[in-house]
Design a protein around this ligand. Structure first.
Ligand code: A3P
Length: 299
């Protein structure tokens, strides 16, 4: 497998494997929507597969494939036979042995809150990487995203109406604070099972967090790799500027219909300031502070 040079062939085999099973060594990225899932999918994919694809400038799957294709959503891509029926089976016990063409783990993702995860995932040795982001940027990113996806003939969601819903906990995968808190608590109880990451912190210290992530996943960087600039190369490959300017992400579409470009907007920390009034920011800050009080989790 490692000798495969053609990224399309590799991608095909990779997808075949993914659809057949979930193994104990597989990795699941969990995130609250609009917290940078696309970015972390790209980073995790590059980390885990770096010996297969050491060259980040040529023939790397991320150069021609959107991260959501490489790391599919369990609830959207793999276990949703029709758009009207959501099926989340007991993944581990119903799994079929994988074809073992490659020793690398398969990668999956989900937005499900911890309480809704199948028991099979909770009790399996699968590692979970959780990603969150400061709630004000999550809200602004979500507001833009939902409006970009809205059919042209429908009126846009207003900021005020969307904000009211967000503050009332009306979100697709449950209230923002419950989502983060659920995984935060498990990450404290079982740090070997759940790594809790924050978009804002990765942005601030990318090397530190990417190295920590690689170690958690069981793919630590050797001193030689570090000296070689391998961490920097992965960060560059997965950077907002690089990914958002690739043809596939400028003009492609996911099989579910969304344009790839909708997953790339500004990719910055603190963009909320350009949209929210000081009153809105204060309301959301104090709400989240109250909800997280005593947990040790802060944004
Ligand atoms: P903004 O709307 O604030 O720009 P998700 O991937 O969970 O849907 O989150 C989307 C957010 O992540 C968007 O935030 C998007 O621009 C940002 N993003 C996408 N790719 C990124 C990257 N490579 N680096 C940093 N941020 C990225």
């Amino acid at each position: 497998m490692r000798s495969l040079k053609n990224s399309k062939t590799w991608l095909f085999l990779y997808q075949e494997k993914k659809s057949s099973s979930l193994n104990d060594k597989d990795i699941i990225l969990v995130s609250t929507p609009k917290s940078g899932t696309t970015w972390l999918k790209a980073i995790i994919f590059s980390l885990v597969n770096r010996s297969t694809f050491p060259d980040t400038k040529q023939n790397h799957p991320l150069l021609t494939t959107n991260p959501h294709v490489l790391v599919p959503f369990l609830e959207l891509n793999l276990f949703l036979p029709s758009k009207s029926k959501l099926v989340i089976p007991n993944l581990i016990s119903s799994s079929i042995p994988s074809n073992n063409y490659d020793s690398n783990p398969s990668l999956f993702s989900t937005h499900l809150p911890y309480v809704s995860l199948p028991e099979s995932i909770k009790t399996s040795p699968c590692k979970l990487v959780y990603l969150c982001r400061n709630p004000k940027d999550v809200f602004i990113s979500l507001w833009h995203f939902t409006n970009r996806l809205r059919p042209q003939n429908l009126a846009k969601n207003t900021m005020e109406e969307s904000f009211e819903k967000f503050c009332n906990g009306v979100s697709l995968y449950g209230p923002f604070w419950d989502h983060s808190l659920g995984y935060w608590e498990v990450s404290l109880e079982c740090p070997e099972k759940v790594l809790f990451l924050n978009y804002d912190k990765i942005k601030k210290e990318p090397f530190l967090h990417v190295k920590k992530l690689a170690e958690f996943l069981g793919f630590p960087f050797s001193l030689e790799e570090e000296a070689n600039g391998d961490v920097a190369r992965i960060l560059e490959l997965c950077s907002f500027d690089n990914l958002s300017n690739l043809v596939v992400n400028k003009s492609g579409r996911l099989s579910s219909g969304e344009e790839n470009k909708t997953f790339f907007r500004r990719g910055e920390v603190g963009d909320w300031i350009n949209y929210m009034t000081p009153e809105m920011a204060e309301r959301l800050d104090s709400l989240v502070e109250k909800k997280l009080h005593g947990s040790g989790l802060e944004f």
